[in-house]
Design a protein around this ligand. Structure first.
Ligand SMILES: Cc1cc2nc3c(=O)[nH]c(=O)nc-3n(C[C@H](O)[C@H](O)[C@H](O)COP(=O)(O)OP(=O)(O)OC[C@H]3O[C@@H](n4cnc5c(N)ncnc54)[C@H](O)[C@@H]3O)c2cc1C
Length: 528
């Protein structure tokens, strides 16, 4: 989600005290500098990035090394990258995919996905009803307050109707939605086997079509001269390489795995964030593009973030760490006080704000409290909830002040006393009376022991700030004109559409629509 309603900025904060040989350009002088002065991203050495590979200063002098040439070079190995690679290959281009991860960890955040949001005119075997372009757009406007670029948002929605056929053509199979809490059966398509199966399908198609894929290929920079991409600089193991290309598609995610970068905008609170996906998306190629003069778009503090179990792994916990208990109970912070309306809207329209809400609480921790009436009504949590027979005992187990905690629950129970049942299928209007914040729906008392507490942390899915693109997915430079042959797709350009909030399944839509488009444009451009 976007923070504080801040507008897109031309200011990019960079740290001042770190010197990283991988970004050996001008030193930054302040804690926040203008984009014109931007020099380098946060020091990568301080960030856990999975393979721990560090670049040596000599990379910039490595021009004597062996080079190779491909028509289209795709940086990244997730949904956006593979859609771009497959699409570029269809233009006849020689395509190289550079994936930073090992083969078995390939695919970034896409590994964790399950469904994609597509417009369509009617029900079919996999959609339970129609979902027209206008309704889709209104849903998007409803959660974002309006996309950054309305034309690109409309393009994404229009083209999304073609995705099921395009994906099927490359070998994807579909399945009926599983029962869950997000109720997306009408708007979203579920691919059989989830994200890993989707990626395996795309990689198999790539192999069949003669696309070259290299793993452990850690791209650090692009050579761009006179607004024209010439080559990528990468490191494979300890070997530094330069590979020349006719055009490049950058599809290597956001910077959500870069805690130091997040700290620039969130301060030390970022130490308490959980990163739901790959540790590889540290934004180093995004930072390189900014250094080369790409125009940014999107709130640098903005991200998609949900509530995950506080006991989740720091990185890559995936979908199972998500907690969907919030509308069934109340949420208190570490002062044992409620801080937001837990029943404001149906869960698919609100789950993505809870990461940001918890990120703004002291210690970046909160606790969802339910009782024996509701504990079995949501998807079972991955970790066992804390359980106690009294509210005082539960407060003790959660490390909360028992007096304040009991008073918070008691006050809530009085305010919800008129409501006996909750109907989760709709906004049921069973609201609290006379408390702040209210709980606007599904507010029934928490009064039947045992009582349960689930500790919550902000779970960051992906960041929004990225590079500005045009309708051909060309990256725009600071003078407002496109680089000649640099294209972007996926999370790295999601800020062109997402300003705050999120629609479930839209991340893959953005990656697939702009990936297919970027691949086609890059291939056509490179082949003249
Ligand atoms: C738990 C979870 C569940 C989700 N579920 C859904 C869902 O069901 N539907 C949906 O639409 N969205 C979902 N999302 C969001 C979705 O994952 C993303 O929007 C989407 O996958 C982004 O695709 P991408 O290709 O831009 O990035 P990614 O899939 O993250 O791919 C980025 C790639 O770039 C590579 N890379 C990074 N840096 C470098 C570098 N320097 N050099 C070379 N390669 C590099 C990474 O290794 C990775 O392969 C989910 C996210 C998470 C975390």
């Amino acid at each position: 989600m976007s923070a504080d309603g801040e507008q897109q900025q031309q200011q990019v904060a960079v740290p001042t005290s770190q010197v990283d040989p991988f970004w050996p350009r001008t030193e930054a002088t302040g804690s926040s500098v203008s984009i014109d002065e931007i020099t380098r991203p946060p020091k990568m050495a301080t960030v856990q990035v999975g393979d721990g590979v560090q670049f040596s200063p000599s990379l910039y002098e490595a021009h004597t090394m062996k080079t190779d040439f491909f028509d289209v070079i795709v940086v990244g190995g997730g949904n956006a990258a593979m859609c771009a690679a497959l699409s570029a290959r269809r233009t006849g281009a020689r395509v190289l995919v550079l994936e930073r991860a090992t083969e078995h960890m390939r695919g970034g955040n896409t590994r964790h996905t399950r469904n994609i949001r597509c417009s369509h005119v009617g029900a079919d075997q996999f959609f339970s009803g129609p979902y027209g372009e206008e309704e889709y757009l209104q849903d998007l406007i409803g959660v974002t307050g309006g996309p950054a670029n309305l034309d690109l948002a409309k393009l994404a929605i229009r083209e999304s109707s073609k995705l099921p056929a395009w994906m099927s053509m490359h070998g994807v199979y579909w399945q009926q939605p599983l029962n869950g809490t997000l109720h997306l059966g009408r708007t979203n398509r579920w691919f059989l086997g989830g994200g890993k199966a989707l990626l395996n399908t795309y990689y198999r198609a790539a192999a069949r079509m003669g696309i070259t894929v290299r793993y452990n290929a850690n791209v650090g920079d692009l050579i761009i001269e006179n607004d024209r991409f010439e080559a990528v600089k990468l490191k494979v193991g300890n070997t530094e390489e330069i590979i020349r290309g006719g055009s490049v598609v950058v599809a290597c995610g956001g910077y959500e795995a870069n805690i130091e970068w997040l700290k620039l905008h969130w301060g030390d609170a970022a130490d308490n964030f959980v990163i739901r996906g790959t540790p590889y998306n540290d934004g180093r190629v995004l930072a390189a593009l900014l250094e080369h003069g790409a125009q940014t778009i999107g709130d640098p503090k903005g991200f998609h973030a949900i509530a995950v179990d506080a006991r989740s792994p720091k990185f890559d916990g995936g979908i199972v760490t998500r907690l969907d208990a919030i509308p069934f109970g109340i949420v208190v912070n570490n002062q044992a006080r409620r801080f937001y309306d837990e029943g404001e809207e149906i869960w698919p329209k609100r789950y993505a704000i809870w990461g940001g809400l918890i990120a703004r609480q002291p210690g970046q921790i909160a606790f969802c409290i339910v009782d024996s009436k509701t504990i079995r009504k949501f998807l079972p949590p991955m970790f066992k909830p804390y359980e106690a027979d009294s509210l005082e005992a539960l407060a003790f187990r959660l490390g909360l002040d028992p007096n304040v905690f009991v008073s918070t629950v008691t006050e809530y129970n009085h305010a919800a006393a008129a409501n006996k049942e909750m109907c989760m299928e709709r906004l049921d209007g069973a609201r609290t009376q006379g408390i702040t914040p209210p709980k606007s729906n599904w507010a029934i008392p928490i009064d039947r022991p045992p009582f349960y507490g689930l500790p919550l942390r902000p779970g960051i899915t992906f960041t929004y700030m990225g590079v500005t693109i045009d309708e051909k997915t060309r990256v725009i430079n600071q003078s407002g004109t496109p680089f000649q042959n640099v294209y972007a797709a996926g999370e790295i350009m999601s800020g062109n559409i997402l300003t705050k909030g999120y629609l479930g399944g839209f991340g893959l839509t953005i990656g697939a629509v702009f990936g297919v488009l970027a691949g086609r444009e890059a291939g056509t451009n490179a082949r003249g």
